[in-house]
Design a protein around this ligand. Sequence first.
Ligand code: SF4
Length: 217
Amino acid sequence: MIARLVAEHPDAVIALRFRDPLELLVSVMLSAQTTDVTVNRVTEWLFRKYRRPEDYLAVPLEELERDLRPTGTFRQKARNVRGAMAMLLEEFDGEVPTRLEDLVRLPGVGRKTANVVASERGATQGIVVDTHVRRLSQRLGFTRQEDPVKIEADLKRLVPRADWARFPHLLIWHGRRVCSARSPRCEDCVLADLCPSARVVPEPAAAAVAVPSRPRA
Ligand code: SF4
């Protein structure tokens, strides 16, 4: 499945734009409940104004809130970003840590955000589980769990360690392009012959038949 998804989505990488670990951390924190496109639009100028952890603490909270407003839930995000910056300065010499157990201590940083930050820095310690990864993992029969931590545990048992970083990107892009929440396009899916949830596609004037497998590259 991984090989097929790699062939189908060779461009499956993180969509957020960042130049260093601090920008990565802030981008991922801002991406909650909004689109990567919106975050990139905001951070394009945000990162010109805020370059170091100190910069986020040097402005009044209301100013940071205003700057983050387009990303939604901006009051909470502003509080979390400031809290994270303060902890970076107090406990990590102003550097973004790479260990999951350190990252999840930062205000507003949950396991998903921590996994993204660690993986993008080449220090993969787990598998990112977002809404796409959860949905596709369930549909593909990798897990029966609902809780992201339990889903991640199931995936870590199934996915080869070397693929932990790219695996979620493959599912995310496949989820966006083919296996959407509302109307999965099983008829165009390279995993259809392997997927226990492949939809039965009705044929005109005939009984419904299972989705045929496609020739593989
Ligand atoms: S066959 Fe259908 S349900 Fe299964 S992964 Fe592909 S699009 Fe999703």
